[in-house]
Design a protein around this ligand. Structure first.
Ligand SMILES: [Fe+2]
Length: 167
């Protein structure tokens, strides 16, 4: 089986599945304008498309959905959507959810730049942050891997990491 194939319960009767690849992050917000501005200003996203009419499946999964915008930065897509009356509270860290999403950058200098960029937007007063906490310091582990953590305007946690070739 090739490196990109996935074993299934039915193997070997079914042909192996090709590994699924990541497509987008779905981000629920109580304030789409605030959220779109922050994702554009922080990640440098551009809008691909938006939607304000939804299938029955979508409205049953996400009651109150008003509008959905696809933003893109490089190879990363974000689906930001506003639901009436939902998302005004930061997620409870104890609830089941994707606990954080990690973005890799190319150098320690880029790490510092992303952390400064995050702080600059945070201190600008231009955005409402559901969770009012600054980004962490950049920490380096024993393998030389660097990380910092910061919340988006909705209280969702991002990690930024730089992984040296030796690690
Ligand atoms: Fe992580």
């Amino acid at each position: 089986m090739s490196e990109n194939a996935v074993a299934t319960l039915e193997s070997p009767r079914l042909a192996p599945l090709r590994a699924a690849t990541f497509h987008h992050l779905g981000i629920q917000t109580a304030d789409l304008g605030n959220c779109v501005s922050w994702y554009q200003d922080f990640f440098g996203c551009k809008e691909n498309w938006s939607l304000d009419e939804f299938s029955e499946l979508t409205t049953s999964r996400l009651p109150g959905i008003v509008r959905l915008v696809e933003l893109r930065a490089g190879g990363t897509r974000f689906h930001l959507f506003e639901r009436a009356g939902e998302g005004a509270q930061a997620p409870d860290p104890g609830d089941a959810q994707f606990q954080h999403v990690c973005m890799e950058v190319g150098s320690p200098a880029e790490m510092r730049a992303w952390q400064r960029h995050w702080m600059k937007l945070y201190e600008s007063g231009l955005y409402h942050f559901t969770r009012d906490e600054p980004a962490t310091e950049i920490v380096t582990d024993d393998d030389g891997v660097q990380s910092f953590y910061a919340f988006d305007v909705n209280g969702l946690e991002y990690e930024f990491t730089w992984i040296p070739e030796a690690a």
